[in-house]
Design a protein. Structure first.
Length: 228
């Protein structure tokens, strides 16, 4: 009998495959844990496909962990294929997993269309993946692409974007200065909040946003005069 983790095994354990698609989320979670523990290369296709449709967050997280246990040459090409899916979860989870794997060869697949994806979860995953995978010579280009999204979405979306920008470091300062001169008050406020986080990583995002909104509403001269 060929062992489950044998390099000669060409098909996944059918019992494990069935468990990954079971109706009970606890069963699926245990199956994903087993898949990661076994690290059977034959499971790569099954795990990537399951990520695209798995409804439970904790199971998806375990599926991602299981994929990180497999050779990147097996997982990365399959995950890149998911980035072209019409299913938003497939794109989002593939981006999340690529960030966890951290293989820089995936960088060219982080396109502007993904960074600007209409679905917030996909865009947030793309921002996080981009700052992990970006080569040093493309950091300024990425900063420009990300600042084009300033002012987008609710607090969670804006926090994700600010965190991604801050992770790029001082390279974002020139593009933030441009955003601070935007005609859109939401863009200006988000840029100012991000600037504060860049200067003080311990500053709370909500406090930074509140202060930024106040400055945008009153104008920096009036705020400065009020505090003299």
């Amino acid at each position: 009998m060929v062992p489950i983790n044998s390099p000669h095994r060409t098909s996944p354990d059918p019992r494990l495959v069935d468990a990954l698609g079971a109706g009970n989320s606890s069963t699926r979670l245990q199956a994903a844990l087993s898949a990661g523990t076994q690290a059977d290369p034959a499971l790569a296709e099954v795990l990537v496909a399951r990520c695209a449709i798995e409804p439970d967050f904790f199971v998806r997280d375990m599926l991602t962990w299981a994929l990180t246990r497999l050779p990147a040459e097996l997982t990365v090409p399959r995950l890149l294929g998911q980035l072209r899916s019409d299913r938003f979860q497939a794109r989002s989870q593939a981006l999340h997993t690529l960030a966890k794997i951290g293989d820089g060869s995936a960088w060219p697949a982080i396109t502007r269309s993904l960074l600007h994806d209409a679905d917030d979860e996909v865009a947030r995953s793309a921002w996080r993946a981009a700052v992990v995978l970006v080569p040093a010579g493309h950091r300024r280009e990425l900063a420009t692409a990300l600042t084009a999204q300033l002012g987008r979405g609710d607090r969670i979306v804006q926090l994700s974007l600010s965190q991604a920008l801050v992770a790029l470091g001082d390279v974002i300062e020139p593009v933030l200065r441009t955003a601070l001169a935007s005609a859109d008050p939401a863009v200006r406020a988000h840029a100012r909040a991000t600037e504060r986080l860049l200067r003080d990583s311990d500053a709370g995002f909500d406090l930074a946003v509140d202060e930024a909104n106040r400055i945008v509403a009153l104008g920096p001269e009036r705020v400065g005069g009020a505090t003299c």
